[in-house]
Design a protein around this ligand. Structure first.
Ligand code: NDP
Ligand code: HSE
Length: 451
């Protein structure tokens, strides 16, 4: 895992032939000037004097690459700085450090590869990139003795990766659990507190700059899944990629689920969980009912929060803005300064080797569940449904028959909460219940934490 290593990639080389160790401005090339890139430009423009005073660094924006040169921007840049030529930017002599704020795997992957190959450190906010091809990029950075920094890729402005890579590097982390997607937390908060319409709130999250270019990544869980993979990789030093993460999003969550959670004194949150147990790692993203007295229940809007559990340190909780241009740019600026300081000293932070991980399949994980069914309101029906639970060894903690939900004169609404049960056994129970002729509708199965 991390440690400072000597930068062997001739830090002295530059177009002027002067050493990077000399106090000349360090020139930054930025890929992307959208929500995040533009906020970073604004911070660099606004805070230049403050940054110089605090760090002794002068950071100069040399080039900014975008797709559309004539698009309106929230920041002003000289025409000589704005370019469509991202290929040249990453290897240009007048660029010392590359910032990647464009998103997606390609062309970000080959541009990052080219920058690192040219001995230029890279700062990225791109979770998709790190979660899918992080290992190859870390190896390349290491080969060239330069930094690849990615604080902003997980939980926006929260200093989480730095805590894992530096402050808690000596800890044996056993579990990381939290809310790591701002868009879905914003949507769920509005649906819970204002009864808002899903599609409308998603549109608002997009306007506020929280959502990904394709918001399916937010609502179907792949954005949080990529972040969960990065957290597992960073916390456990293990090879975990986005494809290893079990992902469920919030698009199926409806009014009935939110009301059912509220009646139990819970709220629904999209959780990312990475845990290490008996040499195995389990990583998943799914909606869950969280009791109101749990600290994660009070994380509202686009805020994120992450619990880290370490063997020596115990519980650590980090909370902050998980999305939005400025919080994310703030995290990138911190990376940029650290990378610039390393460049001056001719060192870099090594990510260290990743070990192969034995991944526990989702079927083998244990959680409590909230399950809802609409059934015929007739004698023996409750026994038939409960029987399916018993057959698969799923223990029922509580069951309630209500006149709410889908209940009518001849249809009863049943809500079960199970004790912690094996995922595969809950799935088998649901399969059997679905086949009962007395069952009219099987509602969402939602995990419950804190049980
Ligand atoms: P935007 O869509 O707002 O901005 C993307 C920028 O990249 C645009 O300026 C776009 O140019 C430029 N771009 C895209 N493709 C190319 C290309 N092929 N060549 C040159 N420029 C290109 O995205 P965000 O700013 O929201 O996100 C950027 C990154 O930050 C993503 O990886 C995202 O996951 C990550 N992130 C975002 C957060 C957020 O809250 N928004 C929080 C944390 C991380 P043009 O403007 O001309 O279209
Ligand atoms: N779309 C992401 C979110 C941006 O909503 O959390 C921050 O990574």
């Amino acid at each position: 895992m991390p440690g400072a290593v000597e930068n062997t990639a001739s830090p002295a080389s530059s177009d002027t032939g002067r050493s990077i160790g000399e106090q000349r401005p360090l020139r930054v090339g930025i890929l992307g000037c959208g929500h995040v890139g533009a906020a970073l430009v604004a911070l660099l423009q606004r805070d230049a004097a403050h940054l110089g005073g605090r760090t002794g660094l002068e950071l100069e924006i040399a080039r900014v690459a975008v797709r559309n040169l004539s698009a309106e921007r929230s920041v002003e840049l000289p025409p000589s700085v704005l370019t469509r030529d991202s290929e040249s930017l990453v290897t240009a002599d007048d660029v010392d450090i590359v910032v990647e704020a464009m998103g997606g795997i390609e062309p970000a992957r080959h541009l990052t590869t080219a920058a690192l190959g040219a001995g230029k450190p890279v700062v990225t906010a791109n979770k998709e990139l790190i979660a899918n091809v992080g290992e190859e990029l870390f190896a390349l950075a290491e080969d060239h003795g330069v930094d690849l920094a990615f604080e902003a890729a997980v939980a926006g402005g929260i200093p989480l990766i730095g805590v894992l890579r530096h402050s808690l590097i000596g800890e044996r982390i056993t579990r990381v659990m939290g809310i790591v997607n701002g868009t879905t937390n914003f949507i769920l908060t509005r649906m819970t507190e204002h009864g808002a319409d899903y599609a409308e709130v998603l549109g608002e999250a997009q306007r506020l700059g929280y959502a990904e270019a394709d918001p399916t990544a937010d609502v179907e869980g792949s954005d949080a899944g990529a972040k969960a993979a990065i957290l597992a990789m960073t916390a456990f030093g293990a090879k975990v990629v986005a494809g290893d993460v079990h992902q469920e999003g919030i698009s199926r969550i409806g009014r009935r689920d939110i009301v059912a959670a509220a009646r139990m004194g819970h709220v629904i949150k999209l959780l990312a969980v990475a845990e290490r147990q008996n040499g195995e790692i389990a990583v998943r993203v799914h909606p869950a009912m969280v009791p109101l007295d749990h600290p994660l229940a009070s994380v509202r809007d686009a805020f994120n929060a992450v619990f880290l559990e370490g063997e020596a340190v115990g519980d650590v909780m980090l909370y902050g803005r998980g999305a939005g241009g400025f919080p994310t740019a703030g995290a990138m600026l911190g990376d940029l300064i650290r990378v610039a300081q390393n460049l001056r000293r001719g060192v870099c932070d090594s990510f260290g080797p990743l070990c192969a991980a034995r991944l526990r399949p989702i079927d083998e994980t244990f959680t409590a569940y909230h399950l809802q069914f609409d059934v015929a309101d007739a004698p023996g029906v409750l026994a038939a449904v409960s029987g399916a639970f018993g057959q698969h060894g799923v223990s029922i903690r509580s069951v309630e028959q209500t006149t709410r939900g889908g209940a009518t004169d001849d249809v009863a609404h049943l809500e079960f909460i199970t004790h912690r049960a094996r995922e595969a056994d809950v799935a088998a129970t649901l399969r059997d219940v679905r086949e009962l002729s007395v069952v009219r509708r099987v509602g969402n199965a939602i995990r419950v934490i804190g049980e």
